[in-house]
Design a protein around this ligand. Structure first.
Ligand code: URA
Ligand code: SF4
Length: 210
């Protein structure tokens, strides 16, 4: 199946999904947005108020800041794929719960397999935990890890810097590293289409390249 078809299927399925409790408060599912052949994939936490209204990821305050951070490194959001670990809004923007993350993960896996991005940027601790279950974001942010030949880079969530302005320089410094990482990943060999699963990555290794 073509990548774009997989993405369309995921969008249709999430719109009607009842696999976890988050479907009760869903107005619109937010499957993700961006080109099916994106080289870079950003994975956030979950839809907020505005995303739930519009069915699009990162369209509220955090999204505006994400756009600014992308612009700062010469990227437009149309060039990257943006999604979340849960596709429906947690009520009141509470943290997604383990059973919700587990129920929703197959959609994200299908998106990753279809798009096969060279670089995955995780935004915040919930998407980081998918790949690096034992990492602490304060130590791990901005440090690329090779997960089955694919570069995974944990970043702070942009919303964290909005709530805590002292984090802003760290968030900006993380984004400033991206252009080089993208260039280096683009020169790396093709990633075999193997499923990424956290169990395989208990002991992540730093790429010597970086
Ligand atoms: N925060 C997220 O993590 N994801 C969104 O889509 C919007 C805000
Ligand atoms: Fe289904 Fe994911 Fe929405 Fe839960 S969050 S209802 S698993 S699409």
């Amino acid at each position: 199946m073509e990548a774009i078809e997989v993405l369309q299927h995921v969008a249709q399925e999430t719109a009607a999904c009842t696999k976890c409790a988050l479907h009760h408060s869903r107005k619109k599912a937010v499957p993700g947005a961006g080109p099916a052949d994106a080289q870079i994939m950003f994975i956030g936490e979950g839809p907020g108020f505005h995303e739930n209204e519009q069915g699009l990821p990162f369209v509220g305050a955090a999204g505006k800041f994400l756009d600014e951070l992308l612009a700062g490194i010469g990227l437009r959001r149309e060039q990257v794929y943006i999604t979340n670990v849960v596709k429906c809004r947690p009520p009141g923007n509470r943290d997604p719960q383990t059973e919700e993350l587990t129920a929703c993960d197959p959609y994200l896996e299908r998106q990753i397999q279809a798009i096969n991005p060279k670089v995955i940027v995780t935004l915040g601790r919930f998407s980081m935990a998918k790949f690096l279950p034992h990492a602490k974001i304060s130590a791990a942010h901005g440090r690329p890890v090779n997960v089955k030949g694919r570069l995974v880079v944990p970043f702070f969530h942009p919303a964290a810097a909005l709530h805590q302005p002292s984090l802003r320089p760290a968030v900006e410094a993380d984004f400033a590293k991206l252009p080089d990482l993208i260039r280096q990943a683009a020169d790396a060999p093709e990633v075999p289409p193997a499923a990424l699963s956290p169990e395989d990555n208990e002991e992540p290794k730093q790429l010597s390249l970086f």
